[in-house]
Design a protein around this ligand. Structure first.
Ligand code: NAP
Length: 247
């Protein structure tokens, strides 16, 4: 994939899937603006690893659920690189519990980071992309947004919401050279799933036709395809990167 001269914003780019997306885009020649919640050392390392590939990269602390911080993130990207071609809405959190034990705070926090954050970032780049008449937006949903999962009502709602938002935004922007798609990962080996018990991991594995958990790179390849010009005629779609789980 050739991204030479392009600028990509990747939210939650410090670790896991976001880090893999940053590196994959950098391999294609894109300059990277990554944001993160608080893990300075992981963010600096990803930015440095992108620069070692030969592109420019900046890492900025930015809570995607805060419109002022998101505005500053996009402004910083424009100031540094002059444009934003690609937005990957990857930042996300879980606060799992059964509904009866789920606090209102945990429900709100997950919706704010995963769903409102995606909305705010898309809103912040949309004017710019419309002016450029070019843009690629890729939103991270989840197999849980497609199928639901006990103990994840908040997360499932946020990820199903991301799909509805992706399709609506795709319709709003389709005539202007801007595509909006989603990737729905299954169980991927990152910090997010590291806390799973062995029993939960075995159960997850047995529900995956390919018989293994995914790697961050498995998801990054799907994201980068949708961000590329090879996917120029694809919009409003949800691509599952899940070893066959959701079929
Ligand atoms: P992860 O390893 O837990 O990393 C989460 C990333 O998001 C980190 O970079 C974190 O920053 C950042 N972040 C969290 N809250 C943020 C906020 N409010 N503002 C800005 N950045 C924030 O997660 P992951 O497993 O790579 O997941 C990435 C995406 O894929 C998420 O949207 C997740 O829901 C989705 N997904 C993951 C799986 C899976 O199995 N792992 C499956 C389906 C979907 P810090 O490093 O500073 O904390």
């Amino acid at each position: 994939m050739d991204f030479t001269g392009k600028t990509a914003i990747v939210t939650g780019g410090s670790r896991g899937i976001g880090r893999a997306v940053c590196l994959e885009l950098a391999q294609g020649g894109a300059n990277i603006v990554l944001c993160y919640a608080g893990n300075d050392s992981a963010a600096m390392k990803t930015a440095a690893d992108c620069e070692a590939i030969g592109v420019k990269a900046i890492a900025l602390r930015c809570d995607v659920s805060d419109s002022v911080q998101v505005g500053a993130l996009v402004e910083a990207a424009v100031e540094r690189f002059g444009r934003v071609d690609i937005l990957v809405n990857n930042a996300g959190i879980t606060r799992d519990n059964l509904v009866m034990r789920m606090s209102e705070e945990d429900f709100d926090a997950v919706i704010a980071a995963n769903l409102k954050g995606t909305f705010l970032c898309m809103k912040a780049v949309s004017r710019l992309m419309l002016k450029q008449r070019y843009g690629r937006i890729v939103n991270l949903s989840s197999v849980v947004g497609l199928r639901g999962n006990a103990g994840q009502v908040n997360y499932a709602a946020s990820k199903a919401g991301v799909i509805g938002m992706t399709k609506s935004m795709a319709k709003e922007l389709a005539s202007r050279g801007i595509t909006v798609n989603a990737v729905a990962p299954g169980f991927i080996e990152t910090d997010m799933t590291a806390a799973m018990t062995d029993a939960a991991r075995t159960a997850a594995q047995s529900s995956i036709p390919m018989g293994r958990l995914g790697k961050a790179e498995d998801v990054a390849k799907a994201v980068v395809f949708l961000a590329s010009d090879s996917a120029a005629y694809i919009t409003g779609q949800v691509l599952a990167a899940d070893g066959g789980m959701a079929m």
